[in-house]
Every structure is written in structure tokens, then in C-alpha cells.
Write a protein that binds this ligand. Structure first.
Ligand code: HEM
Length: 401
């Protein structure tokens, strides 16, 4: 059997051949042990049913409570708090409290209210590119859209977006990787300083945005600490764009690779809803769910996962499980009953799912309407995946029309 070596798991090359490796793991070793670069033991879960159970299992916790992790090894307390004091790294009751403070801003009804603004941003980005007859779909389209939207929701100056991108990319790359985490320290510090400055200004002049609302809650002092405030804003910025960029980028890649499906969508834009679900399943933007740790010994398929070990749930593999999906490696935008788990499952189910879906629908349909002759701008064999084990996303996707 091909083996996932730790190094491979973190590389662009692994991403290019990951799906056949996952298929082999599902068949032969569905609870597969690896050693992470920081020395922790991780158990890689690849089957759909096991992934669903693991995501709902309250013995698998998000806050390692003093168990050693790369962050503990490399970061100061302040830096570690910044990247871990948010809902996605918390368990109930903290998780429940932190999620409830922001969830109202992300309900389908609130998000539907952003439709016109999202359409305007999409057209604006395509206006800029149109005459050039080519663009990098990632840098010029898939990245700016979600970051502009989340900046506007939070009340952060949109012109600073390239700085967040750099800082947040550095943190994503560094998860479970001490050397990369060491390299990410200046980015984390710059990010903290930036937010401190922004919060100071906003305290004096609150607006109608999410940061002002959170600052108000923090000032009351009961429901949100200062560390949690910083970390929550960090999470919303990172989760708000690191993922949707990949939904749009991977989704357009899948269409370019399957011209018959692209034609089908062009002829019937009403298929966009099922298209987005199929894009999420086929090239899941979050490849592996965020770390979970066994709070007690857990047994699965005859393997004993000791207390304190990490569990890595591979959403990308679960979404290609032949025991759950017919012909899982076929990209079919009319696929029915598509119960993928690209947004996770259980209490950490993606808070931003309605926003991501709306951004994806508007972005893809508008792109195809305005650039109906869209095609690859380079030989697709030269495309490279980002070297992050958490995410699946292309570094660049040059297109022309
Ligand atoms: C296609 C785009 C997106 C995908 C595929 C995605 C995927 C996910 C997944 C898989 C999780 C759960 C991770 C786990 O359990 O380990 C999650 C959680 C989360 N996502 Fe998303 N996400 C997307 C877009 C967004 C957007 C636009 C936002 C908005 C700001 C967002 C905010 C969040 C938050 C706050 C959580 C943590 C929820 C909790 O812990 O209760 N996501 N997302």
C-alpha cells in the first residue's frame, strides 16, 4: 500500500495524488496512524460513516487542555490565545457562548440581504478583467470577492486585504508544523497589532458592523473576554476567505475539466444550486477538518486511539466514499441527494455556509454569463495545489476567454 508519509501530507505533490491514496485507505486502513511534523500522533479517518460519527463524538474535543501541540511549542501565550480562543477551538459551554454571539449575523435571512452587494462586487471584479481577456481566477476573482464581503461585514478597511491574506496564509500553512509556525510568528504579531489599532479606533467611533457589536459585548465584560474578541475576529477573517476562495477556484477548475458539465450549466443556470453542492463534494475546499483530540481512549475498527492523540477527519475522502455516493469520482452537477460533509457536521457545522453558498452561486453563474468562452489560460498539468494539509486550493488558475 502507498503510505501517507508525514512530509507528503503537507506538500503540493501529495494533494495532486491524494484521491487514489484516500481510496486505498478507505478500503484497507480506514483508521490510519501517522506522525505529524510536531511529533504528535494523528489518526486519519477516511470513510464517510466514520467521519460523520467522529465529527459528532463529544469524546473528541477541540481544546487540547494542555496536551502538547505545535502552538504550545513555538508561540507565546498571547500569540497562542490569538489563534485558539475562538469557537472552532472550543468545546461547550465556551463554544456555545462564543458561537451564539455571532450566529445572528450569518443566518440565511441576513445573508440574503447581501445578495445585491455581492452581485455588485462580482460585476466590478469582472469589469476590471474583461478587456484584458485573461486573469488569474484566484488572485483577481476568487480571493477578492469573499475578503471584500467579510471585511465589509466586520467593518475592516478593504484596502488592507492583501495584508490579511499574507498573515492568514502563514497561519494556515503552519498548523501542526513547528518550523512553519516559527516562520508565522511575525505574521501573527502583525495581525494582532493591526487589530489592536483597529479596535482602538472603533471603540471611539462605533459603526453598524460586527466588530462594533462585538466590542460592545466585550465592554459589558460578561460574555466575551478581550482574548476571545481578538480570536473571534481572527477566525472570521480566516474562515471567511480561506475557504470560499477554494470553493470558487476548485469549482471553476472542475467545470473546465468537465466541459460537458460546464455547457449544461451555461444552458440552464437554474442548476447552480446543485452545481455548488457538487463542487463542494468533488473538490472539498476544507480537505481535513480542524484538529480534534481524544479526551479518553476511543476504539474504532479494532484500533485503539489513546487519550491525547489527534484525530484527523478527511472530509475530502468522506465526500468521495463509494459506499455513500454513486460513482464518487464523477463530477455531475445534477447529482441528487448530495449529502456531502464539506461544511462539517455537528456543533461546529460551518457558521458561514449560507454566505459561502450565496457567494459561490453568484460568482460562478455571473462568470459564465459574462465569459461564456472561459477556458484554461495554461496547460492544466502545470497547476499547483497550495501546500496546506487543511485546505484544498490552487495557488493560481490562469484563465482566458
Ligand atoms: C466554501 C466555503 C466554506 C467551507 C467549505 C467551510 C467549511 C467549514 C468546515 C468544514 C467547518 C468545520 C470544521 C471542523 O469541524 O473542524 C467550518 C466551521 C466554521 N466556518 Fe466555515 N467554511 C466555508 C466558509 C465560511 C465562511 C464564508 C465563513 C464566515 C465568516 C465561515 C465561518 C466558519 C466558522 C465561524 C466556523 C466555526 C464554527 C464552530 O466552531 O461552531 N466559513 N467551516
Amino acid at each position: 500500500m502507498r503510505v501517507i508519509q508525514t512530509l507528503d501530507f503537507f506538500s503540493s505533490e501529495f494533494k495532486a495524488e491524494a484521491y487514489p491514496v484516500y481510496a486505498e485507505l478507505r478500503a484497507k486502513d480506514p483508521v490510519y496512524r501517522i506522525t505529524m511534523p510536531d511529533g504528535q500522533t494523528g489518526w486519519v479517518i477516511t470513510r464517510y460513516q466514520d467521519a460523520v460519527s467522529a465529527l459528532k463524538d463529544n469524546r473528541l474535543v477541540k481544546n487540547p487542555r494542555g496536551l502538547i501541540s505545535s502552538e504550545d511549542m513555538v508561540l507565546s501565550t498571547m500569540e497562542r490565545d490569538f489563534i485558539t480562543r475562538h469557537m472552532l477551538s472550543s468545546d461547550p459551554p465556551d463554544h456555545t457562548r462564543l458561537r451564539s454571539l455571532v450566529h445572528k449575523a450569518f443566518t440565511p435571512r441576513m445573508i440574503e440581504g447581501l445578495r445585491q452587494r455581492i452581485e455588485q462586487i462580482v460585476h466590478g471584479l469582472l469589469d476590471e478583467a474583461e478587456q484584458r481577456k485573461r486573469m488569474d481566477l484566484i488572485d483577481d476573482f476568487a480571493f477578492p470577492l469573499p475578503i471584500i464581503v467579510i471585511c465589509e461585514m466586520l467593518g475592516i478597511p478593504v484596502q488592507d486585504r492583501d495584508r490579511f491574506r499574507e498573515w492568514s496564509n502563514a497561519v494556515i500553512r503552519a498548523t501542526n508544523h513547528p518550523e512553519r509556525m516559527q516562520e508565522a510568528v511575525p505574521s501573527i504579531r502583525a495581525f494582532i497589532d493591526y487589530l489592536r489599532d483597529l479596535f482602538d479606533k472603533r471603540r471611539g467611533r462605533p459603526g453598524d458592523d460586527l466588530i462594533s457589536a462585538l466590542l460592545h459585548v466585550e465592554s459589558e465584560g460578561e460574555q466575551l473576554t478581550e482574548n476571545e474578541l481578538y480570536s473571534t475576529v481572527f477566525l472570521l477573517i480566516v474562515a471567511g476567505h480561506e475557504t470560499t476562495v477554494n470553493l470558487i477556484g476548485n469549482g471553476v477548475l472542475a467545470l473546465l475539466e468537465h466541459p460537458d458539465q460546464m455547457d449544461k450549466l451555461k444552458n440552464d443556470p437554474g442548476l447552480i444550486r446543485s452545481t455548488i453542492e457538487e463542487m463542494l463534494r468533488f473538490y472539498s475546499p476544507v480537505e481535513v477538518a480542524t484538529n480534534r483530540w481524544a479526551a479518553e481512549e476511543v476504539e474504532l475498527h479494532g484500533k485503539r486511539i489513546p487519550k491525547g492523540d489527534m484525530v484527523l477527519v478527511v472530509l475530502a475522502s468522506a465526500n468521495r466514499d463509494e459506499n455513500r455516493f454513486d460513482e464518487p469520482d464523477r463530477f455531475d452537477i445534477t447529482r441528487g441527494a448530495n449529502r456531502h460533509i464539506a461544511f462539517g457536521m455537528g456543533i461546529h457545522y460551518c457558521l458561514g455556509a449560507p454566505l459561502a453558498r450565496l457567494e459561490g452561486e453568484i460568482a460562478v453563474n455571473t462568470l459564465l454569463q459574462r465569459m461564456p468562452d472561459l477556458r484554461f489560460g495554461v496547460d492544466p498539468k502545470t497547476l499547483k495545489w497550495r501546500p496546506s494539509y487543511l485546505m484544498r486550493g490552487l495557488i493560481h488558475l490562469p484563465v482566458t476567454w
